[in-house]
Design a protein around this ligand. Structure first.
Ligand code: FES
Length: 112
């Protein structure tokens, strides 16, 4: 099976972008699986690609991601739902979660 290089970044205390993980994963691994394997804190709510809580920004390689729900590349590299995004090539991803997203996600789910 083909492996791909994934780099995860986070915004540090000085607002700089810092590399926190560089790893090699088999094709088809989701971004969320990598996050969990490395014990990175990222809130999520639905784990099915519907609430948006787990959105991250793709810095490079958006063409190497595939939404497992429909097989498509993400439309907006700034709103990539990590729980359903499969790695198909090398990517660089910035974890950009905002606290307000969690509240809106809860509200949206309660309406369902
Ligand atoms: S946890 Fe809801 S979209 Fe990923």
């Amino acid at each position: 099976m083909t492996n791909h290089t994934v780099q995860l970044f986070r915004v540090g205390d000085e607002q700089e972008t810092e590399l926190i993980i560089e790893t090699s994963v088999p094709s088809g691994t989701t971004v969320m699986q990598i996050i969990d394997e490395h014990n990175i804190t990222l809130r999520r709510f639905c784990n099915q690609g519907s609430c948006g809580t787990c959105e991250c920004t793709v810095l490079a390689g958006v063409e190497n991601l595939q939404d497992k729900r429909n097989g498509r590349m993400p439309m907006n590299p700034k709103q990539v739902r990590s729980c359903v995004m499969e790695i198909r090539g090398d990517v660089e991803i910035l974890i950009t979660q905002k606290p307000s997203l969690l509240e809106s996600a809860k509200a949206a789910t309660q309406k369902i």
